[in-house]
Write a protein that binds this ligand. Structure first.
Ligand code: SF4
Length: 70
């Protein structure tokens, strides 16, 4: 069995500051002064958080959000 933890990440080189993540998923993301998102829940653990993370990945126009095993 793997001990990998799924971590939510934003690639700031790709992010367009479109805001879809923090406007639609405020439980996971926060808008910063620069317009880039900050991640509030790096390790989405509950089913609801995981669902939100997958939705954010889906709607990000820059494909800048990912969930990666660490
Ligand atoms: S939705 Fe994507 S492009 Fe928009 S602010 Fe979030 S990470 Fe950046």
């Amino acid at each position: 069995m793997s001990d990998a933890v799924r971590m939510l990440k934003v690639d700031f080189d790709k992010c367009l500051k479109a805001g879809e993540c923090y406007y639609n998923h405020p439980d996971l993301f926060l808008m910063t002064e620069s317009g880039f998102p900050a991640i509030k829940a790096r390790r989405p653990a509950t089913p609801a958080e995981l669902r939100e993370a997958l939705e954010a990945i889906e709607v990000c126009p820059a494909r800048a959000i990912s969930l990666a095993d660490e």
